[in-house]
Design a protein. Structure first.
Length: 127
């Protein structure tokens, strides 16, 4: 990955990576966009973020893996499906030498959309 000032958008972020990693990052982006068509793209904390009624998911490229940040609630909900991957509180790590589970990323992203919409409805009812 080429370093420099923070990327201004996701295209610039992806362009910093080696050619062999760029298609993986692009496919993750497309997978998230399809699962969350109303989400807004951006860069936050120096990595790509998708937002809809708040932050949905982030993803980031690293030397040997891709990290996907769907929040701790998604990690708990999809614990069985994520059993084969390194996880932390709100993070999943997909090693670049193994197939990336795009369908799982789509399901988790769709879950996050529903979760954020439900939280927004509940917050609106309180007002």
């Amino acid at each position: 990955m080429r370093m420099g000032p923070p990327a201004k958008d996701i295209d610039a972020y992806i362009a910093r990576f080696p050619r062999e990693v760029q298609p993986v990052l692009k496919k993750i982006r497309a997978t998230i966009k399809k699962a969350a068509p109303g989400a807004e793209e951006g860069i936050s904390y120096g990595i790509p973020v998708f937002k809809e009624k708040g932050n949905l998911v982030y993803f980031g490229g690293f030397k040997h893996h891709i990290s996907y940040f769907p929040t701790s609630s998604a990690i708990r909900t999809f614990k069985k499906e994520l059993a084969g991957y390194a996880t932390a509180r709100g993070t999943v790590r997909f090693d670049l030498d193994k197939p990336v589970p795009y369908a799982l990323i789509a399901r988790i992203t769709a879950f996050r959309v529903k979760e954020n919409r439900a939280k927004a409805r509940a917050k609106a009812k309180k007002k």
